[in-house]
Design a protein around this ligand. Structure first.
Ligand SMILES: [Mn+2]
Length: 352
């Protein structure tokens, strides 16, 4: 991760959302297979991705009230992976370790079982809240290897997720993570952006924001935000927050404009980081930077107003020790609204 100076660590891309209906398994197999072939997975690996989403789809249809699959390609530096996420709204899994054990496929006849998903995928996770819903996560890397050493020892892991408003395919909410550019520098910059409105015009704002964020060479969060402001001129504008995560200093600094929620949670306590009123790309107020402690074990969560800010870390026992992608997915699953684009990005400071 530190090898690429100022390089993108990971960022939002197209997410294929499939609601649970009778055609889910077939649609999921088709989309997941396309994504897997698109990043040149072997034929055997493509079949495993298809098996994984078939199991997820069948579980959703047989055992949950309502749910979706989210399928996408993610890139970490130069490496690609297919990610499969299953999100449902209950009833939740009573005994997760039991559900992961072999021979307890929820499907009974055709299924490979949830435990097999974990064995097939390079990275996987599950988080279940009784009565409220489960998120399952599986990632398949393009190369048949574990993540490169740099990424594995990195002090801070990140992940995010976006979901368009009902009825739209593209999303005006976006996120991105990159290194700061200094040699041997383990600091990260995160962006959460909510392009005003929704649909293709908002998605264009999101694209432009990621581009400006990627290209900015300013050192601090307010400088990067000014560059994103310049990049969004002439668009309908956005709410944007930029966070600088400094693991060695155990601090997060954030500069935001518009309605982006930002908080740091450590052991169920939470510290909110404020944004200023204004519209990035149209009217930038005098910027302020707020900071918070970010010790090992802490997580930084940034999300748009498509995710309700009424959720509390204490409502998610066990979640913040999980992969940041799973954290993002479960918060979105529990707190997102359907009447707006939703987007969330999470950075987790790993314990040594
Ligand atoms: Mn919004």
């Amino acid at each position: 991760m530190g090898k690429v100076n100022g390089g993108v660590v990971t960022e939002a891309g197209d997410v294929c959302w499939l609601r649970a209906d009778v055609a889910l398994a077939a649609a999921a197999r088709r989309h997941a297979g396309q994504l897997a072939r698109g990043i040149c997975l072997s034929g055997e690996r493509v079949s495993q991705v298809e098996l994984c989403v078939t199991e997820m789809a069948t579980n959703l249809l047989k055992h949950t009230r309502d749910g979706s699959l989210a399928l996408r390609v993610v890139r970490f530096g130069g490496r690609a992976a297919v990610e499969c996420l299953s999100l449902d709204s209950g009833p939740g899994i009573e005994d997760v370790p039991l559900a992961l054990r072999d021979g307890t496929s929820a499907v009974g006849t055709l299924g490979i079982g949830m435990g097999a998903i974990g064995r097939l995928a390079d990275v996987s996770g599950i988080h279940s809240l009784r009565g409220r819903g489960t998120v399952l996560y599986a990632r398949f890397h393009a190369e048949d290897t574990t993540p490169e050493p740099d990424a594995r020892v990195a002090a801070v892991d990140t992940g995010g997720l976006t979901r368009p408003i009902s009825g739209e395919q593209v999303c005006g909410d976006t996120w991105a993570v990159r290194t700061t550019g200094g040699a041997g520098d383990d600091r990260l910059l995160l962006m959460m952006c909510d392009g005003l409105g929704h649909g293709p015009l908002a998605a264009r704002v999101a694209d432009r924001a990621r581009e400006a964020f990627r290209d900015s060479r300013r050192p601090g969060p307010s400088g990067v935000l000014e560059d994103v402001h310049a990049g969004l001129r002439g668009t309908r504008g956005a709410a944007v927050a930029i966070a600088l995560v400094e693991p060695a200093e155990q601090r997060v600094r954030l500069s935001g404009v518009g309605n982006i929620s930002a908080l740091v949670t450590v052991a169920a306590s939470r510290t909110a980081l404020l944004s200023m009123p204004g519209i990035v790309g149209a009217h930038l107020p005098r910027l302020r930077t707020f900071d918070a402690e970010f010790p090992p074990g802490a997580a930084l969560v940034l999300h748009s107003d498509g995710v309700s800010d009424r959720w509390k870390p204490a409502d998610f026992p066990g979640l913040f020790a999980q992969d940041p992608t799973l954290v993002a997915a479960q918060i979105l699953n529990q707190a997102a609204v359907r009447r707006d684009d939703a987007g969330i990005v999470v950075a987790a400071h790993r314990r040594a």
